[in-house]
Design a protein around this ligand. Structure first.
Ligand code: PAJ
Length: 268
């Protein structure tokens, strides 16, 4: 299909997802529909980006609901390969992006970004999109995908869309479905910490150590929250210091991430 569209001179947008679609995904789809003649959404819960003991098996899946949402959004094709089609027996090649994959999420989830880079490269090869859409919600993933696309000469423009949040500030995530009522309330501590740090930054505070303390203090005030990291990093290299505040926090059994560039006003 993609080859035929290309021959007809139509531009193609790709939105890679793992399904369980929510308003965050749909904002990427909407942008892709505005900027391209044809839009493909991939839905693939990619086993190789989940570590042992992570939530691959219990990751939410609802193909029918996803298809209905995407039809309503006006996408032209859904690409939903099976695991066996993506990784047939004997498949053993992995893409490893160095440096930017090492800190933070890379430390917490060894092998995760190799899995992401490999599947995204395969999706780019399969669809050959002109543009591909990713969410700022997964900021380090954005940096990894941009690096990989540049280094492997993919002729695809990487478009980054802002994080979509719930009215209380919580970033939309398929994993929010794991939270009980109490945990869902506690999840607001992430965006609340980011908002507080952005306000402090706007007030003139630039000392990374101080801003980092503000993030940590706000998170630690939430009894259900276990801070994994709260750092200020450069948005391209993910090394400190920088103005991008990145958080990983465990609320009960659920691991949540969020981020915000403190040089920008926090929305809402
Ligand atoms: P998934 O978690 O399904 O997310 C798909 C895309 O939606 C990612 O680019 C993600 O950053 C974006 N997204 C998720 N929540 C968002 C929010 N609240 N606001 C804006 N965008 C949001 O990320 C993956 O899947 C996978 O790693 C994938 C790239 C598909 C590779 O397997």
């Amino acid at each position: 299909m993609s080859r035929r569209w290309r021959r007809e001179g139509l531009s193609i947008g790709l939105v890679p997802t793992m399904g369980a679609l929510h308003a965050g995904h749909l904002s990427l789809v909407e942008r892709a529909c505005q900027e391209n003649d044809r839009v493909v959404v991939s839905i693939f819960v990619n086993p190789i980006q989940f570590g042992p003991g992570e939530d691959f098996e219990r990751y939410p899946r609802d193909a029918e609901r996803d298809a209905a949402l995407l039809a309503k959004a006006g996408v032209d094709a859904i690409y939903r390969p099976t695991v066996a089609a993506m990784y047939p027996p004997g498949s053993s090649t992995r893409i490893h992006v160095a440096a930017v994959t090492e800190p933070l999420e890379g430390q917490a989830r060894p092998g995760h970004f190799d899995g992401v880079a490999t599947v995204v490269a395969k999706l780019f090869t399969a669809v050959e999109p002109d543009r591909a859409y990713f969410g700022q919600k997964d900021a380090q993933q954005v940096a990894v995908v941009k690096r990989m696309a540049r280094d492997l000469d993919f002729q695809v423009e990487i478009r980054v869309c802002p994080t979509v949040r719930e009215p209380d500030g919580v970033a939309r995530s398929s994993r929010n479905a794991y939270l009980n009522v109490e945990e869902r309330k506690a999840a607001a501590s992430l965006s609340s910490a980011l908002r507080l740090a952005a306000g402090t930054y706007a007030g003139g505070e630039r000392h990374p150590q101080r801003l980092r303390e503000i993030l940590r203090e706000r998170l630690e005030a939430e009894p259900l929250a276990q801070v994994e990291y709260a750092e200020l990093v450069d948005p391209e290299t993910f090394t400190a210091p920088g103005s991008l505040a990145v958080l990983a926090v465990r609320i009960g059994r659920t691991r949540l991430i969020d981020n915000h560039d403190l040089a920008m006003e926090f929305p809402g």
